[in-house]
Design a protein around this ligand. Structure first.
Ligand SMILES: [Zn+2]
Ligand SMILES: [Zn+2]
Length: 141
């Protein structure tokens, strides 16, 4: 894994930098992630909130979804200028911020360890390529 761990939105108004290594990488197939990202699933990097520094936070918009099963709030934060989803913060995970992995400057090291909310996964997503890493239920972020 790289030591370079920074990224930002499409227009550059929002940048972030991490001061520690990521805790985990997972793919979330929940319907809220599908809708928010406009695609089949989110690739999320979990990081300690304390170690994440966001520049341009004035441009950070936020929309809260409530997990269908968990009933927990997820704050989905995005750039107000370009609309890129950048981070999510879930009440179910205090102290953890989920970075949308596509916003990283260096994505070469990404290796998802887990697929969650696979009940709503699109049928053509090859979950079988990751045996032992799927859960029928999991956290929504
Ligand atoms: Zn932007
Ligand atoms: Zn999700």
């Amino acid at each position: 894994m790289t030591d370079t761990f920074d990224g930002g939105c499409a227009c550059g108004a929002l940048r972030y930098r991490m001061h520690s290594r990521p805790m985990f990488v997972h793919c979330c197939h929940c319907k809220d992630c599908q809708r928010q990202t406009g695609t089949a699933f989110s690739v999320l990097v979990g990081v300690p909130t304390d170690a994440l520094q966001i520049e341009g936070a004035d441009n950070l918009g936020s929309f809260t979804t409530v997990g269908t099963d968990t009933k927990e709030d997820v704050k989905r934060q995005f750039c107000r200028e370009c609309g890129s989803p950048v981070v999510s913060i879930g009440d179910a995970f205090p102290g953890v911020t989920f970075i949308k992995a596509g916003t990283l400057n260096d994505r070469s090291w990404l290796q998802p360890q887990l697929h969650v909310w696979t009940d709503s996964a699109q049928p053509w997503v090859p979950l079988d390529a990751h045996p032992g890493m799927t859960l029928p239920r999991g956290p929504s972020a």
